[in-house]
Design a binder for this molecule. Sequence first.
Ligand code: GDG
Length: 493
Amino acid sequence: MPDQPTRRLITVSNRLPIVLRRAPDHPGGWRAEGGAGGLVSALTPVLRARGGEWIGWAGTVEEDAVDLDQTLAVLSAEIGFTLTPVALTADQRDKFYLGFSNEVIWPLFHDLQSRANFAPSYFAAYEEVNRRFAAVIARRADPDDLVWVHDYHLINTAQELRSLGVTSSLIFFLHIPFPPPDIFLKLPWRAPIFAGMLAYDLLGFLTARDRDNFIACAQQILASELVVESWDDLLILTVDGRQVRLGVFPIGIDAASFERAAATRETTDLTRQLRMAVDGQQIILGVDRLDYTKGIEQRLEAFRHALQRHPELRHRVTLVQIAVPSRTDIPEYRNLKQRIEGLVGEINGEFTHLGWVPIQYIYRSLPFTELLAHFRAADVALITPLKDGMNLVAKEYCAAHLDQQGVLILSEFAGAAAQLGAHALTVNPYDIDGVADAISEGCRMPLIERVARMAALRESVRTHDVFWWADSVLRAGALPVPGTLATTLDEGE
Ligand code: GDG
């Protein structure tokens, strides 16, 4: 069997890296927009560098999905890898994507079980769509291909693939946290979801915390049938004589591209404009999809407390909060937007004085160069998710900070804290006073300390970039596991 660099890669995720919108005036009748979010940011450079195929939903519903082939062929040629669509019906989009994926798994796996909506009708749609994805993959995959399935929407795809007779190596990567047993066991469909994960050959987690939570769940759910053994950097679970590899692979960014793009004339000019607009004040920056896991409300409260507890910050700092629209079809997200905008208004109403407005709030996705300029211009990045699988924004901020003078304030509950925590100011995002004090400390940090911390952060981001990550996962997915392992363990019992 060829080793991993030469094996064809089929990447599968709920979303393709582009979203198609009907546009009668465009050639083919469709207009393509870039997809949002961390998974697309991370995987696009990997597929560009390596080639292969990306299977996913193009954002269209089945009723609309005619004449896509020509548009996707043109886009595939432009992007450098093959885009293969999976169509969903409007009902599947509602129950599988908005419903089971984003109202059940997303909150539960972020430890926010009280936000989960365990509607009984969602799971059947989840299984149905996983079957649909499997049918498309089965048509495209050869036995020698590596099939790499991403994220919580597609946990049950491997089981469906196996039942269709697909024998390719199947890798699953979870881009969100895996919760501890106390929380996971609340899931009414815990048995089929857990069995779905065990049907892969390799399970990739972002941090050791997530992998260990998975093992703790396995110990409770499978009890005596389970054997866990370490092998290289991986753990091997043997269940009913079948082996599943578990690995920890902290996802990175395309750091070199970020550094290059941050250094361009255009970004430098925009950075200067942003700095001039705040007239000598320090910029504190928040960048998030507008999502309740990102802790934006708690962050705004902490900023309000910082202005109250540390009045010397008034007139000297501006908080720039970029909130990218996300999942706007879900009522919870629309309510959150209203609460955030209410808070911004309240805080600005309370503190605005003599032309100084403490919070600038941006509700849209910025063009890449503008985003980079915001990273470069910010003295402090305030990244305080309540829980986050990794948080790529933390890494992007460091990569873009060419002058090495930025301060990173980072939630201890972001996966990124495992790698970056030692050189960031780590905070508990629920501790409003603690975050307020960290804001003050970040703004007062002496230059020499800022530079030392940022240099170490940048080194970590550069060394563990997205290519290192993808390579580690694919290598682990392609390794032949020693067949004697289960026997050895049986003999040792
Ligand atoms: C999930 C997990 C995990 C943001 N604003 C703009 C913009 N962005 C880009 C950022 C970054 C991406 O969106 C967000 O990535 P994150 O990792 O921070 O968060 P999620 O979207 O929740 O990602 C996360 C990730 O998957 C990967 O495994 O790290 O924990 O939740 O790349 O730059 N991009 C542009 N304009 C914006 O205004 N162009």
